[in-house]
Design a protein around this ligand. Structure first.
Ligand code: TRP
Length: 332
C-alpha cells in the first residue's frame, strides 16, 4: 500500500445523486485499496447554514449509509463524523491564527455565499477554508479527492501548511487535489442544463434514494429534441447528455445501438429514454436497498462511526500533540 494519506469530506446536506456517485464516491471506493483513507461527514461545516437540529443526525446517518452502499468499506478506511474528532477544531483554532481576513474574504465560495445569503455571513462561513484545512492537515494528508469547486480550498490548505512550516518548523506535507485515474466525468442533468446537483431542479437529477418509478418518471420527462433529419447530424446538448448518461449506466452494446440509430435517423427518443430508465433502475436499486437497510439499523451505523472516530483520533492526536509543541504549547 502507498503511504500517502487521502482525506476527503462529505457534506451531509441534500440527497446524494448520480453526479456524486460518478464524481466522488466511485473514486473513494477505488482509493480505499491503494491508500490509507480518512473519509468523514463534514457535519461542523454544515452548521454554517444553520440546519434544523432535528434533521442533522438523519442526514449524517443517511450519507454514511449511502457511501457504504456505494462500496466504501469501513473496515478498510476510517469513516467518521468530523464532530467526533475534537482534535480537528483544536487544530482549526491554531490555523486561524495564520489565516488572514483579506484572503478569506477573497475566496470565491465565500463571495458566492455572501451574495446568496447576505443575512447570514457568519464567521464560520468566512473561516470555512480554515476548518477544511484542519480536516486535511490533522492527518498530514497529501491527497485530497475533491471536485473543481474545492480546488481553491486545497490551495489555501497548502498555503496554511507552508505558513505553519515557515514559522514553526517543517511539519505538514503539502496536500494536493487528487482524482483517481481519469478526468472527472460529467453527469449531466435531465433538463439539458448543466450537471446534476443536490438542490437545483430535483426532477432533473437522479438521486440514489429514488425509487424505481420515480426514476422512470424523471427519465420520461428528460429533455430531447426534434430528432435528426439528416444522417450523422451534430447532437444537441440535450441528446448528447442522454448518451453521456447511457455511457455511464448502460452496456456498450446498448450505447452503440442507439448511436447507430441516431446516425441513421431511425432513433426513437422514447425507446432510448425507456432503455436508459431501466438501466438506471438496475444500477440504483441495489444501492438504494442496501442504504435503506443500513439506515434502519442505527446501531450498526453508530458502531461504524465509533470505530471510524477511534481510528481518526489516533492519527489526529499525534498530529495535534506535535503541532501544539511546535507552537510552544507544551508546559508539562
Ligand atoms: N468543502 C467540501 C465540500 O463542500 C467538503 C469538505 C470539508 C472537504 N472538509 C473537507 C473535502 C476536507 C475534502 C477535504 O464538498
Amino acid at each position: 500500500m502507498n503511504k500517502e494519506i487521502v482525506v476527503s469530506g462529505i457534506r451531509p446536506t441534500g440527497f446524494l445523486h448520480l453526479g456524486n456517485y460518478f464524481g466522488a464516491m466511485r473514486n473513494y471506493v477505488k482509493m480505499q485499496d491503494d491508500y490509507p483513507c480518512y473519509f468523514f461527514v463534514a457535519d461542523y461545516h454544515s452548521l454554517t447554514t444553520h440546519p434544523n437540529p432535528q434533521d442533522l443526525k438523519k442526514n449524517v446517518f443517511r450519507v454514511v449509509a449511502e457511501n457504504i452502499a456505494c462500496g466504501l468499506d469501513p473496515e478498510k478506511i476510517a469513516l467518521y463524523a468530523q464532530s467526533d474528532v475534537p482534535e480537528i477544531p483544536e487544530l482549526y483554532l491554531l490555523l486561524n491564527m495564520l489565516a488572514y481576513k483579506g484572503e478569506l474574504e477573497k475566496v470565491p465560495t465565500f463571495k458566492d455565499k455572501v451574495r446568496q445569503q447576505p443575512e447570514n455571513v457568519n464567521a464560520g462561513l468566512l473561516t470555512y477554508p480554515v476548518l477544511m484545512s484542519a480536516d486535511i492537515l490533522i492527518h498530514r494528508a497529501q491527497k485530497v479527492p475533491v471536485g473543481k469547486d474545492q480546488v481553491q480550498h486545497v490551495e489555501m490548505t497548502r498555503n496554511f501548511a507552508q505558513r505553519f512550516n515557515n514559522r514553526y518548523g517543517a511539519f505538514f506535507p503539502e496536500p494536493h487535489p487528487f482524482n483517481f485515474g481519469s478526468e472527472p466525468v460529467k453527469v449531466p442533468s435531465l433538463d439539458g442544463n448543466g450537471k446534476m446537483s443536490k438542490s437545483e431542479n430535483i426532477n432533473a437529477t437522479i438521486y440514489l434514494a429514488d425509487d424505481d418509478d420515480t426514476i422512470r418518471k424523471k427519465m420520461k420527462k428528460a429533455k430531447t429534441d426534434m430528432a435528426p433529419t439528416e444522417p450523422n447530424s451534430t447532437m444537441t446538448e440535450a441528446v448528447e447528455n442522454l448518451f453521456q448518461l447511457m455511457r455511464l449506466v448502460s452496456d456498450e452494446q446498448t450505447v452503440a445501438t442507439f448511436l447507430k440509430n441516431y446516425n441513421d435517423c431511425s432513433i426513437r427518443y422514447g425507446d432510448m429514454k425507456q432503455q436508459l430508465a431501466e438501466d438506471m433502475v438496475t444500477f440504483i436499486k441495489p444501492i438504494r436497498e442496501q442504504a435503506q437497510a443500513l439506515q434502519e439499523d442505527e446501531q450498526a451505523i453508530r458502531t461504524i462511526l465509533k470505530n471510524g472516530a477511534e481510528k481518526a483520533r489516533e492519527s489526529a492526536a499525534k498530529t495535534l500533540a506535535e503541532a501544539r509543541k511546535l507552537v510552544g504549547i507544551h508546559y508539562y
